[in-house]
Design a protein around this ligand. Structure first.
Ligand SMILES: Cc1cc2nc3c(=O)[nH]c(=O)nc-3n(C[C@H](O)[C@H](O)[C@H](O)COP(=O)(O)O)c2cc1C
Length: 356
């Protein structure tokens, strides 16, 4: 399958990215399997801490991601019944297939978390082995598990033994560039029961600096038989096709490129190079998102959460700068929603003028 996919992608990668294919052969539109689970296409929404709640994930699915992954959830918080952590396990109706990502360094606690994720109805449980934040790594979790692959293997094995749903690992290339062979470590995790590996080929110490070197991802793909998802700096359909062609990976993961631009997910899944929603459509999407976020977390937390989204959605869309600035400073959700309503009305009036 891996070879057939690589040949298909290589053949298409030589051609310019075309309009949506009518032959059904756009490689990223093809389903793939993880154990008994079928993912309907090859675009995965990245786990994003503090961002990837169930509203964000449902939106990503609606826009065309084949699989969505939750923000990282603390395994210890699940064990201790922390309310906010437990709430993070509540799934919406429109997000399957979904993986819940958990972090922790203790095999027993992680196995318990995996069972809670399965009981919550998730389709897959993902292990965070990439988080570079010192507070997390100090506890032996996140990328710290890469420094002790035997412990990482024990975590994977304990979780795979505990649940029927597939267990996946999201890893970086190491703690520092060149300190380990990620292909070898990925193979060990596969041996311990991982049904899918995601590789973000930066080291933890690099955080997000430089560019992701997907020749490292290609070595991971060659080392394992399970599907590999590649993460890092993939922003559009052309990038995605190139990265799949170069690595033979099963799928691409999209993080920052879809912030404020969920249209990117569907465009990559369908092979459309440059999705251009109108400013009115963008504001409409943001209004819809803001209302759903308010239902999830209440007006006050929603107002705070949404601040960064305003600029992600609206900067560079030709909207008046002072309106964007005012939106960021609105103290309540009602004020922000009223301003968005007025901005949308002004856009419709302008579009109407243009059409008249
Ligand atoms: C704000 C932010 C939060 C992130 N949170 C997580 C996380 O909770 N778990 C994880 O495995 N990776 C996390 N990542 C890493 C992303 O999933 C992804 O691997 C990385 O951003 C590279 O992909 P991109 O270039 O498409 O953004 C985060 C990245 C960002 C920018």
């Amino acid at each position: 399958m891996k070879k057939r996919m690589r040949a298909l992608v290589a053949a298409r990668a030589r051609e310019p990215v075309a309009p949506p294919p009518t032959d059904g052969l756009w490689p990223l539109a093809q389903p793939f399997r993880v154990g008994s689970l079928t993912i309907p296409n090859r675009v995965v929404q990245a786990p994003l801490a503090g961002i990837g709640n169930r509203v964000f994930r449902a939106q990503s699915r609606r826009h065309g991601a084949g699989l969505v992954v939750s923000e990282m959830v603390a395994a210890h918080g699940i064990r201790h019944g922390n309310k906010r952590t437990r709430d993070m396990l509540q799934l919406g109706t429109a997000e399957s297939p979904i993986a819940i990502q958990v972090f922790g360094g203790d095999p027993d606690v992680m196995a318990e978390a995996a069972r809670a994720v399965e009981d919550a109805g998730a389709d897959m449980v993902d292990i965070n082995m990439g988080c570079p934040v010192p507070k997390i790594m100090k506890t032996g979790a996140g990328a710290a598990l890469l420094a002790d692959p035997a412990k990482g293997e024990a975590v994977v094995r304990a979780m795979a033994d505990a649940v029927r749903i597939p267990v996946s690992v999201k890893m970086r290339r190491g703690l520092r560039p060149g300190d380990m062979d990620p292909a070898e470590v990925a193979r060990r995790f596969e041996g311990a029961g991982a049904a899918l590996i995601t590789i973000h080929p930066r080291a933890a110490a690099e955080e997000y600096a430089g560019t992701a070197d997907h020749s490292i991802s290609a070595r991971v793909v060659d080392a394992v038989d399970v599907p590999v998802v590649i993460s890092g700096d993939i922003t559009d359909a052309a990038d995605a096709l190139d990265a799949l062609g170069m690595t033979g990976a099963a799928a691409v993961m999209i993080g920052r490129a879809a912030l404020g631009n969920p249209w990117a997910l569907g465009a990559i899944a369908r092979g459309e190079q440059d999705p251009r929603p109108t400013a009115g459509e963008v504001i409409g999407e943001l209004q819809h998102f803001a209302r759903d976020i308010a239902d999830l977390m209440g007006d006050e937390r929603a107002c705070h959460y949404l601040r960064k989204f305003h600029s992600w959605y609206l900067a560079g869309r030709g909207l008046p700068e002072h309106e964007l600035q005012a939106l960021m400073e609105d103290a309540t959700l009602d004020e922000a929603l009223a301003r968005l309503g007025a901005m949308r009305a002004a856009q419709s009036a302008t579009a109407g003028d243009a059409a008249a």
